[in-house]
Structures are given as C-alpha cells and as structure tokens.
Design a protein around this ligand. Structure first.
Ligand SMILES: [Zn+2]
Length: 310
C-alpha cells in the first residue's frame, strides 16, 4: 500500500467520530464559514470579509511550515466550511490533501469554487523546470513562502476577495470595498517598511529552511546559504563544515530559523559568531504577530534591531 493511502486511512479512522461532536449552534452562527490553513491568511480574509465571515485558522503559526500536526478538530471545521483559503504551491502538501479527503466536503476540493489558492498570480521564486519530489524536496513547485513579501500580500488579498465573490456574489460590492481599503492600508505600511528596512540592504544571511527568498528580494538582503541541504533535507556533517566555512568567508551576519530545533543554529553560532534569530515564516501564534501587518512589522523591526546592534 502506498504511504499516502495508509496515511489517509489512518486519519479517517482516527478522526471520523469527531464529525459527530460539533454542536449545531456553533456551526450555523455565521453566514460564511471560512477555514484558512495559516493565521496570516485568516487575518487577510477577515479584512476582506469583515462581519460577513467567521474565519478559523488550522495552524497556529509556530508549526513546521510543511508539517502542521493534524488535530481531530480540523475535520469538522473543514467539513462544515463554505470555503478554504490556502497558500498553495504545495506548501500544505504533507498534511492538507489527506485531511480534505477525510473531511468529505466536495466544495473544498482542488478545482472547486470553495478551494481558494492564494498563490495564483504570484511570481514564483526557484520554480523548477519540472515537478519532482524524488529526493524529498519540499518545494517541488518552487518556493511557497511568498507571504513574507508584503507586496505579494496584495495579490493574496485580491485572490481572497475574488474567491469570496465567486462563492458569495451577493456580497461582492462589500468585498471589493474592503479589499480597496486593505490594499491602501498595505501600501501605506509597505512605504513605511521600505524606509525602516533600509539597514537590511546588503545584509548577508543564512536560513535554516529556505523561507526567506521573497522577503530578502523585497528588502535587498543577500542569502549565503541554508542549514538544510535542500528544502526538508537535514545537513550532513560535511555539508555543515562547508557552510561554516562559507559563513566565515562571506562574513554572514545573521542566521534565521523558525520552528526548527535551535541546536544546529546554536552550534553554527558557536563556531562562527553569527547572530542567531528565531523568526517564524508565518504570522500568528504570538500576540505581537497576530495580524498580517503586525507580523511583517515585527519581522522587519526585529531584523533591523538585530543587524543594527551587530
Ligand atoms: Zn518551505
């Protein structure tokens, strides 16, 4: 039996009873029930849908970006949702497809109107010539961590507004009005961040998992390397030796990691003196990053503070 099939059956057996446990008054309280995979997407959806939507995020924002642990509560949420908002580009590949099959909600399946993929129209960094997961690469369609670029968040907001309007055309005028206001707010912040982030220009960094390409491109940071050999592939001792050498030669200033174990970043810091900083590639999970704008603001300011003091 294929591993994915086994996983689906396992999830089905484990979570099927959860469908029966959700009180009806919770299910029917709001007109449009939205499930987002990540908190940043949930927040942007709230900005567009306002009082018309009830939004929940499956991930809290501090999980491994490609390995969100599935909980029994995810199944009834997906089963009862009107629409699903996701990052796409296979970001959620390791946990969402199997969960969707168990949730048995035809509206949310890929290609259906309720499946709102926010990556539509995003210029993808590191897009491969052909789709290939043969070596366990977690970015088979290119880098999916585009939410770290606030300019790309404008495309995300547009995709969400279009997706909500497609499913609920009676509220289209409201969604479009809210979208316009949110895009203007984002533009204000982007202008501010460009100024605040000026010290980041040319800063050489190392990342644990390749998550920072879009942010780095936006604010002019230079990538020296990653702790993982490829997305999702942990380093060998020989690889770490060459990474340490590269950090020393290039005088990389900061090593960024998020949900990963801090052991290797600290070891590398011990050998090179590089500054280590924990910054997550998704908002949420912490009060200082519980909206998209607060998350990017926190990220920019924390990085500027770290580099400025270094
Ligand atoms: Zn990734």
């Amino acid at each position: 039996m294929k591993p994915l099939m086994k996983k689906k059956i396992f999830i089905a057996i484990l979570f099927a009873p959860a469908l029966a446990l959700v009180p009806a008054r919770i299910l029917y309280a709001q007109s449009i029930r939205v499930v987002a995979t990540w908190p940043a997407l949930a927040d942007i959806t709230k900005q567009i849908g306002k009082e018309q939507v009830s939004v929940e995020s499956l991930a809290t924002g501090v999980e491994d970006p490609h390995g969100v642990p599935v909980k029994p509560s995810f199944v009834p949420k997906l089963n009862r949702a009107n629409v699903l908002i996701l990052t796409g580009l296979d970001d959620e590949h390791s946990w969402l497809p199997a969960l969707l099959e168990v949730a048995s909600n035809p509206k949310l399946m890929p290609g259906q109107p309720g499946y709102i993929d926010c990556s539509v129209g995003i210029p993808v960094v590191d897009a491969p010539a052909r789709l290939d997961r043969a070596e366990g690469d977690l970015h088979p369609k290119g880098n999916p961590h585009y939410l770290l670029d606030p300019v790309r968040a404008k495309t995300v907001a547009q995709n969400i507004a279009a997706g909500l309007s497609r499913n609920f055309p009676q509220h289209q005028a409201l969604f479009e009005r809210n979208l316009k206001a949110y895009l203007a707010e984002l533009d204000d912040w982007i202008g501010r961040w460009q100024k605040i982030a000026a010290p980041l220009k040319g800063v050489k960094f190392v990342e644990y998992h390749p998550e920072w390409a879009y942010f780095a491109n936006r604010f002019g940071m230079k990538r020296v390397g990653s702790v993982e050999i490829k997305p999702g592939i942990e380093p060998t001792p020989n690889y770490l030796v060459s990474l340490v050498q590269e950090i020393k030669e290039q005088k990389a200033q900061v090593l960024l990691y998020g949900a990963q174990n801090p052991r290797l970043p600290q070891q590398i810091a011990g050998e090179t003196g590089i500054k280590v900083l924990r910054l997550y590639s998704s908002g949420g999970g912490r009060p200082e990053t519980d909206t998209y704008i607060k998350w990017i603001d926190y990220t920019v300011r924390t990085l500027v503070g770290a580099v400025g003091n270094g």
